[in-house]
Design a binder for this molecule. Structure first.
Ligand code: RIB
Length: 295
């Protein structure tokens, strides 16, 4: 069994700032670096570094060769990744002195997915394979319907959460991976336990993986709740910490690991990612995660 990550690939322009710019304000940045990112790519790299067989699908622009290279370097299959005319997606990221970020997205080629392309990609996958999705590409509703018809298990990280998700039949999702902000947007509840109650009632049968920043994470499924604290580190850059958690989660589910172990591994992997700069650059390999407590 394998993972298909159908998602976004972005060039991340990361600006170091004292504070995130507010409306009407002009500020100077300390420095600027360019990284390969995008929630799709970050999660694919995390799943591959966690030891899973990963296939990446998505669209890159004429400037997208670097994405192909970075996927290959990480052992990710790129035979479904397509290069199209125009620019790749990018993100403008302001990173403040506490390692917190704010992100502005430009979709570019990530929003050029067609039905024909989706059909072509899905021919390579079947029942039991795992589909990993985020919300930075178009055609999400069609991808979900077609993958569900094939019997694929669908993991959705509905991030960034927006109105386009209303077009998707979310009853077809096997596991939702959300953070506390998305949890509040979806359920209108502020308390994590209440968010989980609402989501479990709305999507019975689906697993709900809720991450709570410094308060750790909770997984809810079929009336059971599993909790995990964070591993404390000095935050250098929180970009892709959630993607690291999600990619590690997908790979661990594919391996059939017990949920307590999955959560512990994901918490360690994302702690390491937070302690390093960059998106995909900050994602640890499995050996580093497994040896983490020895540090
Ligand atoms: O989750 C972090 C990612 O969000 C960044 O790499 C950026 O590209 C945006 O997609």
């Amino acid at each position: 069994m394998k993972i298909l990550d159908f998602g976004s690939l972005n060039y991340d322009y990361v600006y170091g700032v004292e504070h995130v710019v507010v409306p009407g304000e002009t500020i100077s940045s300390r420095d600027m670096e360019i990284f390969c990112g995008g929630k799709g790519l970050n999660q694919a790299i995390a799943a591959a570094r966690a030891g899973a067989e990963v296939h990446m699908a998505g669209m890159v622009g004429e400037d997208g060769q670097l994405f192909m290279d970075i996927c290959k370097e990480n052992g990710i299959d790129v035979s479904y990744l397509k290069q199209v005319p125009g620019k790749s997606g990018h993100a403008i990221i302001q990173l403040d002195k506490n390692g917190q970020n704010s992100i502005l997205l430009y979709g570019g080629s990530n929003r050029k997915i067609t039905k024909e392309y989706v059909d072509e990609v899905l021919t390579g996958f079947s029942k039991g394979d795992l589909l990993l999705l985020q919300n930075e590409i178009n055609m999400l509703d069609y991808i979900i319907d077609k993958a569900y018809e094939k019997g694929m298990r669908i993991l959705l990280n509905p991030s960034p959460y927006d109105e386009k998700l209303a077009a998707c039949d979310l009853s077809k999702i096997s596991v939702f991976l959300i953070n506390e902000i998305e949890g509040e947007q979806i359920t209108k509840e502020k308390e994590p336990e209440k968010m989980l109650d609402v989501l479990e009632e709305k999507y019975p049968g689906a697993g709900i993986m809720l991450t709570l920043g410094s308060k750790g994470s909770v997984y809810a499924n079929k009336g059971k709740r599993y909790r995990q604290d964070i591993f404390k580190v000095k935050a250098v850059d929180t970009t892709a910490a959630g993607d690291t958690f999600t990619g590690y989660f997908a790979a661990s589910v594919l391996k059939g690991m017990p949920m307590e172990e999955i959560l512990r591994k994901c918490a360690k992997a994302s702690a390491i990612a937070v302690s390093k700069k960059g998106a995909s650059d900050s994602i640890p390999k499995e050996e580093e995660v497994d040896g983490y407590e020895l540090l």
